[in-house]
Design a protein around this ligand. Sequence first.
Ligand SMILES: *Cc1c(COP(=O)(O)O)cnc(C)c1O
Length: 411
Amino acid sequence: MGINTDLLHAGVVKEEKGATLPPIYQNTAFEQQCAADLEGIFENKRPGYCYTRVGNPTITAFENRITKVEKGIASIACSSGMAAITNAILNIVRSGDEIVSSASLYGGSYDLFRDLASFGITTKYVKNNDWEAIEQAFTDKTRLVFAETIGNPSLDVTDIEKLSEIAHKHRVPLIMDNTTATTVLIRTIDYGADIVVNSSSKYINGSSNSISGILTDSGKFQWDFEKYPGLKEFKKFGPLCYTAKLRNGLFRNMGTCIAPMVAYQNIIGLETMGLRMERECSNAFKLAQWIAKNHPEAHVNYPGLPSSPWHEIAKKELSGGYGAILTLRLGTKENAFRFIDELKLAYRLSNIGDTKTLVIHPSSTISLHSSKEERENAGVYDDLIRVSVGIEDIEDIIADFDNAFSISTSK
Ligand SMILES: *Cc1c(COP(=O)(O)O)cnc(C)c1O
């Protein structure tokens, strides 16, 4: 099936009363017929539900749909994208271990990795797609490689096939944050990713009505139980051992579950994600082309333009669009602020993946807590603005930008 069909139908279990959307199980706990049944569920010997922090049928419906569209074998939905990243990483690292990560990261991930350092888990940052530097960053303590498919906001595109080859050569898994690209543009597991994380607050939900995240296990990584001793106990789960450890351990113990209502809202979002991405990517491409032609001084950065250093990788990997985010550089921070303030249609806020066009100045907001060096490595400059393009009529988006350019540059 094609991706749009899958987004609507994959993993759907027909509901007994014929409802076309999964019922919202808005409850905390589930009663069983007898004490032994409850024991069986706690022992993982019986299927079933006991407590929503651990599992809930509406949440399962969301997880199953994502598992199918991401081509994995299991997913765990979490309270936020950051919770999904935290769970994905902490499941396989211990104090003293190291992470090799692309330096082109979402600001929140930088902040998380800094927090992890105080628990003895350190991160070596490398320039994305710099294979020599990546090779050199590995030590015998490296336990995972982390990167974003399309870096937010530098918009570099990771060559996932190559990166996964290097990770696998060193016998560590590749965790890909696929939030900005989405499964509509790329199934990262096909390119060798072992664990995929998505902030479902963004394109999956699509309308910015709730915060959540989800991680998906490819089931393909060959875990070395000497290297990952915490997984040994879950060896009997075979390819599901990573997910089994997380679900029976840190995920339930940290209490980072998604709310059933949010899982339901995300399922509704998934149904239109293909259509939304089609329009948002097409609008972003047209806006990028218009800016490149009419305002070359704004240095528009968009993976769909041949001027992007990542255009060839994007062409090879992404299908159906080059993402819906672009950035501009306007010379100074003052120019950037003035431009943002002159936009009338675009919302000034910290988010991506909404149906509406959004704009932000990253260095004073999402990357505020990063050092100057971290910001530059992440492609964040004082004069940079990031635009997350929505589904409005493209003529209106262009008119809004045209107006902002003419007012802000005439002052
Ligand atoms: C927003 C975002 C996150 C964090 O997701 P939340 O749902 O806000 O916690 C992680 N990675 C990327 C690339 C993001 O854009």
